[in-house]
Design a protein around this ligand. Sequence first.
Ligand code: HEM
Length: 487
Amino acid sequence: MATPLQRPAGNPADSPAAHSPTGCPIDDSAGNATDIATGSPTGGPIGNPVAAPAAPGAWPVLGHTPVLMRRPLEFVTSLTAHGDVVRIRLGRLPAYAVTHPALVRHVLVDGARDFSRGRLFDKASAFLGEGLAATSGALHRSQRRVIQPAFSRQRVAACVPVMRHVAQSIVSGWVPGRTVAVDHAMNDYSLAVVTRTLLPDSLESRSGEAFQQALPVLTRGMMVRMILPEWWARLPTPGNRRFEQARRTMAELVAEAVAAQRAGRAGMLSVLLAPQEGPAEGEPGLTARQFQDHVTSIAMAGVETTGASLAWFFHELGRHPELEARVHAEVDTVLVGRPPRHEDLPRLEFTTRVILETLRRYAPWLITRRARSPVRLGAVTVPAGAEILYSPYALHHDARWHPDPYRFDPDRWLPDRCRDLPRGAFLPFGAGAHKCIGDAFALTEMTVAAAVICRHWRLRPAPGVQVRAVARAEIHPDTLPMVAERR
Ligand code: HEM
């Protein structure tokens, strides 16, 4: 059975449909989307358009900004009730939230040529420059072709020993009965894995701490800048000053990392790139500046995402001892007392279902696109230049596709139960040309950490602590102290 851990590399828009280890769709391939609700095509010629219904709760001048700032997850999930395309306002700026899986797929895959990346990525370009995660169109396609081989199946498989080693060194500091800040531990794991595999020896130790401090300021700042009006970011507030400082810190750290690369150290990216030379006219390859922007993109996109997902994985196991017992039993059976190897991972089927369910429950909550021209989405026509919003989190909590959506139920990913899930209803990694380049890397990284930790440790919720979800670029636990117990 094809799994995301075994999928061939290539431009996702060209690659065969990716499937979860259970055979359920992790959406990324092209095809003609059909509006499931109405049976009508999702895109196409503009005719008899209707106005998108407006979401309630807009303030004069501020629009939906206050509710997006205060209750972001509740707000994005509430939009589904108002229509398949719902008009909201970011301050005075109109934006269209697309809530139906078929229409989201149209925006990301079938009709993707009609859309660029939009406001979120404009804001991120302040620190991502022209990195992979911030570009669109022809420039993005050429960059993706250059970088994709670094994330090939073989390269990801070759990273398993590093992932295992990093996970082992994280748990080696744990003391039975002591409290571990699991959210921090998982971010440390994720940062160490990304740096040691992609850019070994470059961002570690001394810089690692500064990096970990800058990341949340930047990811939160990027979301806040998307939601708030332009003038707000120019005010000399403490938050804006922190953002500027974090931006400078990140630029310095990445420059250091790139310099280390140029000194000839190995790493997934260095195999591809020769930034010290720079490509000659018409040759493949990246300039040093482009290389630096891509490193920033990958660091921004690849550290907190996996770190937060792993933290939620252990939070959910801590709350569900019956699921934890099943993961432990599976790890014991599959690994028979040795550390995990790449070939063991597909056999950790229940563990993988817990990971998929974690990715469903705690998916990225708001991502943008921008219409290049007037585009029809279902019955609605959005004007050229319109900001389009999609929310994997909201799609994943729509009871039409995911019954009892707030229940943590890994077995919903059993083949019999998820066979009829519509395409576009499960998008933890997005879809189409901008689908996460690190999806297989992240799934591998999460499975290795889960296996290494669950072999010897059980993490219990710290008594009396209420864990809240905080929406930055992805959803984080506000705090996650857990008591480590030896199994
Ligand atoms: C659980 C972990 C992760 C999640 C949930 C996640 C989610 C996503 C999503 C939803 C997108 C698409 C955004 C869009 O539609 O515009 C994306 C793109 C991206 N991700 Fe991830 N990601 C994860 C891990 C990683 C890792 C480990 C890396 C790299 C080491 C990475 C690198 C990237 C990059 C570079 C892009 C931009 C791709 C492009 O535009 O071509 N991500 N990710």
